[in-house]
Design a protein around this ligand. Structure first.
Ligand code: ATP
Ligand code: MG
Ligand code: MG
Ligand code: MG
Length: 565
């Protein structure tokens, strides 16, 4: 390809709206243009990079037995009603109506559609395991679309869904995907960490992992142990540690279903309550979340003063109103101290950890209070989201001091179990003729977000430094003058040679000053630059430069192609 022919409008100025480096550089390097908030056009070079990442993802999915399909973007509301998610999904879902007033959504994810496919086509255990995936646009009306491709409202995701006949099968599929993800992000040349994303430490079931590219601009906080391999998600971007506002506490909360089922005993273990018995708990709702306040101790209820300490708080979502009724003996919406039976099923939203931070400071967190009431016993604006204090805590595995880092969630693997297969009756007949629901997993890679994450990790003052496997072109050939016929001739010859040798090469054949060409080459981030100038050419040499290190070397014209290869 030739620079003179490609639509690659580079910018010298940093676009005002750009907040993070990947967004700035993608706009400046002419890879993307904004169409609306969180909606982008990919220009030719940008699309090439996206396709490279897609191809790596595709190869790794295929290697694990994944079969590529293409599921519809437009999905009927009925399917989502069958699983109950039409009403639960909320404002993040783009909803549309057709001319007959039938409701649809633009797929934010595809569990419903793919499970519907499987219930129609799979009958027998012999057809399992089945791993179906697609690389497709997703639509989410994000509350804060921002950071360019990092948090779009239209974005490209690879999503794979696994269907197995039992838990053991699911464990195998899950491990396959975990390994594939490790390969994908390594092949993309990224520094990343898989982190436990639910309270995986509780019981260590490993129900979900997020793959985090480590970068200061990351919206997610990760805690990790420098002494062992323990790493966990601290919380999602929008839930930065912040005081809970008292006006958001209401009694009419609705319960949200999530798959992170944990027993209260497991939570108690995680919280380090040890043999102490959890005797009291309390429910109330904070900003969009339900908090269950767990209070431990073998003391009588009124023994402890309540006004200067919070006790451990756990960010929890209850699975099912019925569970609340049965186990807590109260209606959902109840606020106040209650007895929590040991087998209470609770659902931890991602990391479950202690919230010790209180008005009195963290050092008094060792005391625990019971019978506490928000506003009566503590001010809600003194309650902080618990995840902020995890750094500095002891590692659950080895006791080392945890550290915190920022991360970009580029992928997630998830054990779904039978939630969707049961809701949609995606059953199969097993070896004994018994009908059973498929055991499912889902696995997403943010393809477009990975492109942004790669830039967050690989850039300098001059621009992007693409890792070779995802570079738009590996080499750019730069004749310093288009007026010197010998220079042009040699450049053309080398360009052809490289093409013949199968190298992905760009030729900067514009009649521009060398400075302009060099600046653009650095900005776009071609890993290798071959410069042809009259002085070196007089000695039969051209200049070979590595974008990453700036290292330059003079190479004989006839040796250039083999050098590049
Ligand atoms: P986040 O926590 O950042 O909102 P998510 O957990 O909601 O992401 P998943 O449902 O796990 O996202 O989707 C799988 C992958 O899709 C994510 O790991 C991420 O890489 C990507 N992704 C999710 N939302 C977006 C978005 N708005 N823009 C770009 N990529 C996204
Ligand atoms: Mg999200
Ligand atoms: Mg997430
Ligand atoms: Mg996720």
């Amino acid at each position: 390809m030739r620079v003179s022919q490609i639509l690659n409008p580079t910018l010298r100025e940093v676009p005002a709206e750009a907040e993070v480096v990947s967004q700035k550089l993608m706009l400046r390097a002419g890879l993307i243009r904004k169409a609306a908030a969180g909606v982008y056009t990919y220009l030719p070079l940008g699309l090439r990079i996206l396709k490279k990442i897609e191809q790596i993802v595709r190869e790794e999915m295929d290697a694990k037995g994944g079969q590529e399909v293409l599921l519809p973007i437009i999905q009927p509301a009925e399917l989502w009603r069958e699983t109950g998610r039409w009403d639960v999904y909320g404002p993040e879902m783009f909803r549309v109506k057709d001319r007959h007033d039938r409701e649809f959504c633009l797929g934010p994810t595809h569990e419903e559609i793919v499970t519907d496919l499987v219930r129609g086509e799979v009958r027998s255990y012999k057809q399992l395991p089945l791993l179906l995936y697609q690389i497709q646009n997703k639509y989410r009306d994000e509350r804060r679309p921002r950071f360019g491709l990092m948090r779009g409202r239209e974005f490209v995701m690879k999503d794979l869904y696994s269907f197995d006949k039992d838990e053991a099968g699911l464990a195998e599929s899950y491990q396959k995907m975990y390994n594939a993800y490790t390969r994908i992000f390594s092949r993309c040349g990224l520094t990343f960490r898989p982190v436990e994303a639910d309270a995986g430490a509780i019981g260590g079931s490993g129900g979900t992992h997020e793959f985090m590219v480590l970068a200061d601009s990351g919206e997610a906080a990760v805690v990790y142990c420098p002494d062992c391999d323990y790493a966990a998600n601290v919380e999602k971007a929008e839930c930065q540690p912040q005081p809970i506002k008292s006006e958001t506490v209401r009694e009419d909360y609705s319960l949200v279903e999530t798959p992170h089922m944990k027993t209260i005993e497991q939570v108690s273990d995680f919280l380090g309550l040890g043999q102490h018995e959890l005797v009291k708990s309390m429910l109330y709702q904070g900003d969009e979340q339900i908090f269950l306040v767990l209070v431990r101790g073998d003391r009588e209820i009124n023994e402890i003063k309540l006004n200067n300490m919070l006790g451990p708080f756990v960010n929890l979502q209850l699975a099912d109103p019925e569970v609340v009724r049965q186990t807590l003996g109260c209606e959902p919406g109840f606020v106040g101290p209650i007895n929590a039976p040991k087998d209470l099923k609770i659902v931890a939203d991602l990391e479950v950890s202690l919230m010790k931070k209180a008005a009195c400071g963290a050092n008094q967190a060792e005391q625990h209070y019971i019978n506490v009431l928000p506003e009566r016993d503590f001010r809600l604006d003194q309650v902080f989201d618990l995840r902020m204090i995890v750094a500095g805590e002891k590692c659950l595995k080895c006791g080392g001091a945890l550290k915190e880092a920022r991360g970009i969630e580029v992928g997630q693997v998830f054990k779904l179990g039978t939630k969707y297969s049961k809701a949609l009756s995606a059953n199969f007949v097993d070896e004994n003729g018994q009908e059973k629901p498929c055991v499912m997993g889902c696995y997403g890679v943010g393809v477009s977000r990975t492109m942004a994450a790669a830039i967050e990790q690989n850039n300098d003052n001059d621009g992007i430094i693409w890792p070779i496997p995802i570079a738009p072109y590996q080499v750019i050939v730069v004749p310093v003058s288009m007026k010197d016929s010998q220079v042009v001739e040699t450049a053309e010859k080398l360009y052809e040679e490289l093409l013949q040798a199968g190298v992905e090469v760009m030729m900067d054949d514009r009649d521009e000053r060398p400075g302009v060409k060099f600046k653009d080459a650095d900005l776009v981030g071609y890993p290798l630059r071959v410069t042809i100038g009259s002085k070196t050419l007089a000695q039969g040499q051209v200049e070979f430069r590595l974008r990453k290190t700036g290292e330059m070397e003079l190479v004989k014209v006839e040796e250039l192609t083999s050098k590049v290869q």
